[in-house]
Design a protein around this ligand. Structure first.
Ligand code: PMP
Ligand code: GLN
Length: 383
């Protein structure tokens, strides 16, 4: 590879999904559900295509979706965003993250992110010519979280932004009010912008509840809030996301977005607007079903000999194969299709320094029960 993307190559998700196809292994790597979204949402996309909504939509997204997002933020979190000036539709959360990072950080700047982090954060910070500064989440207290002093020490005169992903991929942590209050305090004290990745906002378990960082004191005016329809409605292939932020941020992010993709595809926008308005009951049923799948896969992995870190949200469980005699997660993940016919993701790739995460692998449980059961049976037999 030449240029700024030296060192990035193919994403781990593409690589491990290709490995699953090549070996015929069960793919618990890349996080995508094996069942579709709400019937009325799927139907609305087909209707939009048939009705001729097939040309470029407005650059900021169709009014129906911006209004639906604005209503959703208000109803769920009590946060008001003007659908005409403070909401922007993007090509998935991925484009929103890239546009926000490119708009806000440049050469010489630093962007803090909680590590392990979703792979696009490091890549887009590199594209911006900026530097990513990791603050490591550790499982010492039973769930993966950060040391407040470490976050404080990560801030320098060059820090521009903090990326906060909760519910967190791959750790499954849902940050508490106290944790978010601390992050908010640091942002306010040092005049930092927060970029939040809330794509798993509906997928929380037990008594964990998602709280938007923008709802903490001093944060609404400095937070770029990002979410997406992929996880909420089990339509990861639709790549329809959005940004909610004060107008100057929306304008900055939109300016980048218009040269990345100009606009997102029109039909999905109609369908997602319909989903946000009419199918949140379906989403609650999805949440409950994922909680049961979380328990099913966690218990299965434990019975196969892994140490399991049960997540509070998302699609993913972090597992440690050391009790099975495997020290290195990356080598283990690459060997697993041969050993047991299952694909997982080595979590080390989500660390600035892969050695820090070398003991972990990530398994996705957004799959049919019979697929989870078959994967567990193979792991119990093969390891
Ligand atoms: N952020 C996180 C934490 C994710 O897990 C994903 C994966 N879907 C994304 C962003 C990307 O979302 P989208 O597919 O909407 O671009
Ligand atoms: N978000 C999903 C994951 O973490 C898929 C991401 C991707 O394929 N880029 O597995």
């Amino acid at each position: 590879l030449v240029g700024r993307m030296r060192g990035f190559g193919t994403t781990i998700f593409a690589e491990m999904s290709a490995l699953a196809v090549r070996t015929g292994a069960i793919n618990l790597g890349q996080g995508f559900p094996d069942e579709g979204g709400p019937a009325s949402v799927l139907e609305r996309a087909v209707e939009a295509v048939r009705a001729g909504d097939n040309q470029y939509p407005p650059g900021i997204g169709i009014p129906e979706l911006r209004r639906a997002v604005s209503e959703q933020r208000l109803a769920r979190y009590g946060q008001a965003y003007d659908p005409d000036t403070e909401v922007l539709v993007t090509v998935g959360a991925t484009e929103a993250i890239a546009s926000a990072v490119l708009a806000l950080a440049g050469p010489g700047d630093e962007v803090i992110a909680f590590e392990p982090f979703y792979d696009s954060y490091a890549a887009t910070v590199a594209l911006a010519g900026a530097r990513i500064v990791p603050v490591t989440l550790r499982p010492d207290s039973g769930r993966f979280t950060f040391d407040p002093d470490e976050l404080r020490r990560a801030v320098t005169a060059r820090t521009k932004a903090v990326i906060v992903n909760s519910p967190h991929n791959p750790c499954g942590t849902v940050f508490t009010a106290d944790e978010l209050r601390f992050v908010a305090g640091i942002c306010v004290e040092h005049d930092l912008t927060a970029i939040t990745d809330e794509v798993y906002e509906y997928l929380t378990f037990d008594d964990a509840a998602h709280l938007p960082l923008a709802s903490f004191p001093g944060m609404r005016e400095r937070t770029v809030t990002i979410s997406s329809a992929g996880k909420t409605f089990s339509v990861t292939g639709w790549k329809t996301g959005w940004v909610c932020a004060p107008e100057p941020y929306i304008q900055a992010v939109r300016t980048v977005k218009q040269f990345l993709t100009y606009v997102g595809a029109a039909p999905w926008q109609h369908a997602v607007a319909h989903g946000l308005r009419h199918e949140l009951g379906w989403v609650e049923a999805l949440r409950a079903s994922l909680q049961a799948k979380r328990d099913r896969l966690s218990a299965g992995l434990e019975s196969a000999g892994f140490t399991v870190h049960r997540p509070q949200g998302t699609y993913f469980v972090q597992a440690d194969p050391r009790p099975l005699g495997h020290e290195d997660g990356e080598a283990f993940a690459r060997a697993l299709p041969g050993l047991a016919g299952v694909v997982c993701i080595p979590t080390g790739v989500f660390y600035a320094e892969p050695a820090r995460g070398r003991h972990y692998v990530r398994f996705a449980f957004c799959k049919k029960d019979e697929v989870i059961d078959e994967a567990v049976a193979r792991l119990r037999h093969g390891l």
